[in-house]
Ligand binder design. Sequence first.
Ligand code: NCD
Ligand code: ZN
Length: 351
Amino acid sequence: MTALTIRRPDDWHLHLRDGAELAAVLPFSAARFARAIVMPNLKPAVTSTAQALDYRRRVLAALPAGAAFEPLMTLYLTDDTPAAEVERARASGCVFGFKLYPAGATTHSESGVTDIRHIMPVLERMAELGVVLQVHGEVTDPAVDVFEREPRFIERTLAPLVERLPQLRIVFEHITTRAAVNFVLGARAGVAATVTPQHLLMNRNALFAGGIRPHHYCAPVLKAEAERAALLSAVTRGSARFFLGTDSAPHARRAKETACGCAGIFSAHAGIELYAEAFEAAGALDKLEGFAARHGADFYGLPHNAATLTLVREPWKVPDHYPFGADQLVPLRAGERIAWRLAPPTARPHP
Ligand code: NCD
Ligand code: ZN
């Protein structure tokens, strides 16, 4: 096969940042994805509907001319989020979920939730109104091994929550383990998960290939090969419970290449191409469209995109870095090849 045409995909987990950084990364996502769930972990965090609407306007203003891209906004849950915010968010028509960051779990999660009991009234209101909860599923207990934080979160927090609020719609974000795959497959209706390209393509050896590799560091951290294989096998079997969420998380080169580097991998420059590689390696390119363009929309109750996107099997070399405000951005596969290339959009025939 040399070309693959699919319905235009959506990215159900994306970090767009703000200001000059937003302007630098947004065109990559807008060229590939019709819609994206935009994460709220700015500094300060996007905690109110009013802030989300402002942020949405900044995203729309930063779009390249002619781009067709819809940002789907989210709010950042804190211990103090009022239940009334759920109604405001819902009424806005522009907010598509609330993100739960356990305090301290990842980049800009300082103001996250310290104990899920603090937000039960908010979660109950979300369940009533059908508003989606997006979960960063890792415990923050420093006594727990970093590779075990996702399985422990399932046991301690997620499984009890799923049972306690049977109507709550939950996306377990960027899952990385067989335990998470099995949990999602066995859970009640209304529980799904996003999967990143890095967790399908790399295992934890990639963090230490010839030396320490800060650009392969993200949260949740890359896992062992058996976990990667379980994820790839899950998404390529075609279950509607799994869908595309790049978790593309750009950080300035300076903030990555340092003694205490930030978590986050930038992948938006090849946000669909990398998944094509992973699905091709599993002999499952026929399952890519469901994962990238249907399952997520169905979960969020949104229409499928009408437009299409074509990928060509033609390797290209990823630049060493892209401009990023006053700094540089080192993308996933910097200086290396990616097997699939995005075909330029073909002009729509006149009606
Ligand atoms: C994300 C970021 O940089 O905002 N980093 C990451 O490693 N994924 C935060 C997150 O999604 O956990
Ligand atoms: Zn993220």
